[in-house]
Ligand binder design. Sequence first.
Ligand code: PMP
Length: 285
Amino acid sequence: RTVYVNGDYLPENEAKISIFDRGFLMADGVYEVTSVLDGKLIDFDGHAARLERSLGELEMASPVTRDALLAIHRELVARNGIDQGMIYLQITRGAPADRDFAFPDPEETPSSIVLFTQNKPNIADNPAAKKGIKIITIDDARWGRRDIKTVQLLYPSMGKMMAKKAGVDDAWLVQDGFVTEGTSNNAYIVKGGKIITRERSHDILHGITRAAVLRFAAEAQMQVEERNFTVTEAQEADEAFITSASTFVMPVVEIDGAELGGGKPGPVAVRLREIYLEESRKAAV
Ligand code: PMP
């Protein structure tokens, strides 16, 4: 596989980052994941805009322009022959600098940028989407700025492990009795035809897929309500689903052991998945 690191395209085993990199020592960095369908990028502009926002919130400058970033994405897709899959992008506060909590002077410590591809032939034709996934709910023990897409993913990793140990697919996070989002996705319920999802704030990541899905839902005359919901309300809903760049729209059929919709993906989730795939393929670059 060819990867991109700080200006160079290299075989993955030749790509290197300093042990002093702030991403490695402090999780001081941000990332994005963009899907590739039919060799094209899904919602590149959305991901680029969120990346710029994340960098700004952390007082980091982007080492590349948006146009250069698009060119790098396309080059990696071409060099690795990616038809269906994803591109991971990470920018950290870089190296070298003495280990210190305070940010180093960016003149002396340039940021690091890394991109790589992952081939995922089943990304659109995902068997899990036909069955739906099961989730548990766990305490949301993350920090308070989940709107910044940082690489500090230890708690979400622990959440995935808790789900795995419980014999289910994923976990939703709960704060003060209300669902915030999934470990790596946004969370939704559907009741009486209405799509309900938590409103945007510092408590959740502002999903790029979320924005697209809510737009498509409104265009299809579906009702959308952005508000908090509890675990009990979710368990009593007609259906539930998650969204993310790598799962698109994925039905949820069980929450903490309570089955939804007879254990089958609900019609709203199924329809939104179809619309999302169709529309985002049309708009892909
Ligand atoms: N919330 C969290 C915590 C996530 O990690 C992700 C995916 N990275 C999402 C939501 C979904 O965001 P997107 O649709 O932009 O992939």
